[in-house]
Design a protein around this ligand. Structure first.
Ligand code: CTP
Length: 399
C-alpha cells in the first residue's frame, strides 16, 4: 500500500521527535519515498544526519541556504501526503493561524496534497482550550488529525498528549491510501447548489443554497477514487474541486434535470443535494418587466422532480441518495420523501438546528435508510458531514 508513495515528513521540536526516526525506517522499509523537513528547533531533539541517512534524502530545514532557495511550493506538489509527526503545540498554533516563519510552515501553507498530523505535547497543553480550538480549526481545513495516546509524558505526568506510536502512524497512512482507492472504478452523479428560474432578462427566482455541502460530497467521493460528475447550480462562491470531479454548470431546474437524466444510466450512485426550485415561471418575459400596477401576478408551473425521476429509472445495482430540508415534522417528511421518490437513503437537515443549513460551513444531519434504520450525527464541518454521508453510501452498497 505504501510502495512508491511520496511522503513528505515534517518534524517539529518535541521530545517525541526521536520516534520520527522509527516512522522513517518503517516507511522506507515499506517502499515509500520519504523527504523530510525539520523546523530549526527539531534539530535540538534529533540529528539531521540520522534523518538524512535513514530517509536517503537530504533533510530540508532552511528556506534560504547561501545561494539556493528551497522550493516550498514544489515540495507540497511532489508529495502524495504531508505527515507532520510530531507536531508541537507551537506549530499547531501557527498552522491554525497561517503563520509562516520557517520552511515547514511555508510548505504546509502552500501544500496541495493532503496533510496528516500526529500531535505530541504535555497533557495540560493538549487540553488547553486554545490548543483544542486550533486542532478543530485544522480539522476544518481538511487536515487529518491523528488521536494522541494516553500514557507517560515527558513531564512525568500520565495522561493524554503522547504522540501515536510509529507503527500506529504507519497503519493510519496505509488505511488512508486504502481508503483513497475504495471507490476506484465507481461513477457517481452529484447535484449541488440552487437553481435560478428566470422571470425576465434581469430577474430570477432562486434560493439561499451555497452548494458547499454538495461540493464537499463530490470532493470526498473523488478523494476515494470515484469518477464524479457534479451538476452545480449558479452562485458566486469559488470552489476548489478535487481532480476526480467533472463539473457541469447549470442554471435552471430544467438544465439540472437534463444534465442528470443524461448521465444517470452510467453511474453507480447518485446524490441529489441541490436545492432545486419546485416551481418556475410559465413564461419568461423577453424584455424587462416594467413597474406598472400595484400587484404583479406571476404564474408558475411545477418543475420536474429530478430525484423522483431518477428513482423511477433506478436499477437494483444503483444507490440513490436524496436530501430533505425541513422546518417541521422532520422525520416523517424525510421518510415520506424517501418512499415517494424511491431513494435508498435520505439525508435530513432541519432549519431548526442553528448550525445547519444554507451558506453555513457546518451542518447537522440524520440519515434515514430504506430498511428503516437511521443514523444521527453531531454538528460538524460540511467536509466531515460529507465523509459521514459517503461512509454510509459505501456501507449501504456493500450490505
Ligand atoms: N429535488 C429534485 N428536484 C426537484 C425538487 C427536489 O431532485 N424539482 C430533490 C432535492 O435535490 C432533494 C429532494 O428532492 O434531494 C428533496 O428536496 P426538498 O426541497 O427537501 O423537497 P421537495 O421534494 O421539493 O418537497 P417540499 O419542497 O414540499 O418539501
Amino acid at each position: 500500500m505504501l510502495k512508491g508513495k511520496k511522503i513528505l515528513l515534517g518534524i517539529t521540536g518535541s521530545i517525541a521527535a526521536y520516534k520520527a526516526i522509527l516512522v522513517i525506517r518503517g516507511l522506507v522499509k515499506k517502499g515509500a519515498d520519504v523527504k523530510v523537513i525539520m523546523t530549526p528547533s527539531a534539530k535540538d531533539f534529533v540529528s539531521p544526519l540520522t534523518i538524512s541517512t535513514l530517509s536517503k534524502n537530504e533533510v530540508l530545514i532552511d528556506i534560504f541556504k547561501e545561494d539556493s532557495w528551497a522550493n516550498h511550493v514544489m515540495l507540497g506538489r511532489w508529495a502524495d501526503i504531508m505527515l507532520i509527526a510530531p507536531v508541537s503545540c507551537n506549530t499547531i498554533a501557527k498552522m491554525a493561524n497561517g503563520l509562516c516563519d520557517n520552511l515547514l510552515l511555508s510548505v504546509y501553507l502552500s501544500a496541495t496534497c493532503p496533510v496528516m498530523i500526529a500531535p505530541a505535547m504535555d497533557e495540560d497543553m493538549w487540553l488547553h482550550p486554545a490548543t483544542q480550538k486550533n486542532i478543530s480549526l485544522l480539522g476544518s481545513y481538511g487536515n487529518i488529525v491523528l488521536p494522541v495516546e494516553k500514557g507517560e509524558l515527558a513531564s512525568g505526568l500520565v495522561g493524554p498528549g503522547r504522540m501515536a506510536e510509529p507503527d500506529t502512524i504507519i497503519t493510519y497512512l496505509e488505511d488512508y491510501f486504502k481508503d483513497r482507492q475504495v471507490l476506484a472504478g465507481k461513477k457517481v452523479l452529484v447535484t449541488a447548489g440552487p437553481t435560478y428560474e428566470h422571470i425576465d432578462p434581469v430577474r430570477f427566482i432562486g434560493n439561499h443554497s451555497s452548494g458547499k455541502m454538495g461540493v464537499a460530497i463530490a470532493n470526498d467521493l473523488a478523494g476515494r477514487g470515484a469518477e464524479v460528475t457534479l451538476v452545480l447550480g449558479p452562485g458566486n462562491i469559488s470552489f476548489n474541486f478535487n481532480s476526480g470531479v467533472k463539473v457541469v454548470r447549470v442554471n435552471s431546474a430544467r438544465e439540472m434535470y437534463d444534465a442528470c437524466v443524461n448521465s444517470f444510466e452510467d453511474v453507480n450512485f447518485a446524490v441529489m443535494s441541490a436545492a432545486v426550485a419546485d416551481y418556475t415561471p410559465v413564461t419568461v418575459a423577453n424584455e424587462k418587466i416594467k413597474k406598472k400596477d400595484e400587484n404583479l401576478l406571476l404564474e408558475l408551473k411545477k418543475t420536474k422532480d429530478i430525484l423522483k425521476s431518477l428513482g423511477e429509472k433506478k436499477r437494483e445495482d444503483q444507490v440513490l441518495v436524496g436530501f430533505a430540508l425541513e422546518t417541521n415534522n422532520e422525520e416523517a417528511n424525510a421518510r415520506q420523501k424517501m418512499q415517494q421518490k424511491n431513494a435508498d437513503m435520505i439525508v435530513l437537515n432541519s432549519l431548526r438546528d442553528k448550525d445547519a443549513g444554507f451558506s453555513k460551513d457546518t451542518n447537522k444531519v440524520t440519515i434515514y435508510f430504506k430498511n428503516g434504520e437511521e443514523k444521527k450525527f453531531d454538528v460538524k464541518s460540511k467536509e466531515a458531514v460529507a465523509k459521514d454521508i459517503v461512509d454510509c453510501i459505501i456501507q449501504y452498497h456493500h450490505a
